[in-house]
Design a protein around this ligand. Structure first.
Ligand SMILES: [Zn+2]
Length: 174
């Protein structure tokens, strides 16, 4: 197991669509383990493979993120392979959304209230489930990553331009 390096905006590969996984082999299972460890190490509730430099349709999330008595003991990594949102219902503002690949920035983002997700689990079994609340936001945010979309692509162009400017300035001063 290893803690992986998380790519940061404006890294190009973050905006590239990822390819489907054909075979769930050792390499994919190893990637999932490392992604889970990295997600918890960085106190995230979701992580998509392109964020660690692998443009494959794999994500991990903490399936206990919604638990009221959530702590380090109850958290659990769940992996989805080739996940798709097949239906979305309603809309609301996800407040102060953030991303491990977009440092020091949070914003409100318009999201579906509930989504139906279709995906393979690590055993290659096809599943379909509904997610709402924070899990719904995690699904939309992480599946966006697999399509090369960051949450800052879903905010106003003015806000995005301001973040871009700030980030470029920081990079220049590094
Ligand atoms: Zn993210």
């Amino acid at each position: 197991m290893a803690i992986l390096n998380i790519l940061q905006y404006p890294e190009k590969s973050l905006s590239q669509p990822s390819v489907k996984v054909d075979v769930i082999d050792e390499g994919i299972l190893e990637l999932i383990k490392d992604m889970g460890e990295t997600m918890f190490h960085d106190a995230g509730v979701g992580l998509a493979a392109p964020q660690v430099g692998v443009n494959k349709r794999v994500l991990v999330y903490d399936s206990h993120a919604m638990d009221p008595d959530y702590d380090e003991e109850t958290r659990e990594v769940t992996a989805l392979i080739n996940p798709e949102i097949i239906a979305g219902y309603g809309s609301f503002i996800s407040e102060d959304e953030g991303c491990l690949s977009v440092i020091e920035y949070r914003s409100d983002v318009k999201r579906y209230v509930r989504v139906t997700v279709k995906a393979l689990n690590i055993d290659g079994k096809q599943m379909e489930f509904d997610a709402d609340g924070i899990l719904s936001v995690i699904m939309q945010h992480e599946i966006d990553h697999l399509d090369g979309i960051l949450f800052i692509d879903r905010i106003s162009s003015l806000k995005r331009a301001m973040y871009k400017k700030k980030r470029m300035k920081e990079l220049k001063n590094q």
